[in-house]
Design a protein around this ligand. Sequence first.
Ligand code: ADP
Ligand code: MG
Length: 206
Amino acid sequence: MIEFENITFIYDNKPLMQHFSCCIEEGEKVVLYGPSGHGKSTLLASIAGFVRPDEGTIRIDGKRLDPTTVQQVRKEIAWLPQEFTLPFDTVEALIEAPFDLRANQSAKPSVATIMSHFTRLGLDEELYEKRTIEISGGQRQRIMLMIAALLRKKIVLLDEPTSALDPHAISLVVNYIQAMQGTTVVMVSHDARFIESFDRKIYIGD
Ligand code: ADP
Ligand code: MG
């Protein structure tokens, strides 16, 4: 369970978000939506402790997020930010690397497992052999989503994971996320039209 209690973010003396409270249940699939620049990404990053609110408390499974608990809490979380550079040369290395980290205890997926996930996400098998500079933004978003899912964390945070996708690919991604049973998924999107099937939509805006 993720609890936001009275959360306020302030930048340059201006409140970005004020007194936000909300509770996300275990296994719930939630979309944060609304216009750009109103704090969706900031709120998402705060769940993994990458941003600290200026006021208020965040609790993950009853544990208050603070400098003494953040490392432990992060082990249960996969966070896919909106923008980042890919640190690996090949798609194969990109997919394998997170499973070698000590914080991630899930077993490395077999190539057969990866191929079945590729199919579900509308990705070509040949992609696995490619260099990361050769893949498109939409392919990259789906590969990163797959990695987040295969890590089998309790909580998955997705920041606009469909921004580079066409409607067909978006529907594949929505089905894919729905199939992550038991996983709490918090996803930012400013286009909530495609996400009607999620358990809840939370508007972040004026
Ligand atoms: P959204 O995801 O809804 O588009 P963001 O969470 O990215 O919104 O943040 C909205 C605004 O908050 C940014 O445009 C910026 O003005 C401000 N902001 C966010 N993070 C910082 C930061 N670390 N320093 C200064 N301003 C920030
Ligand atoms: Mg954002």
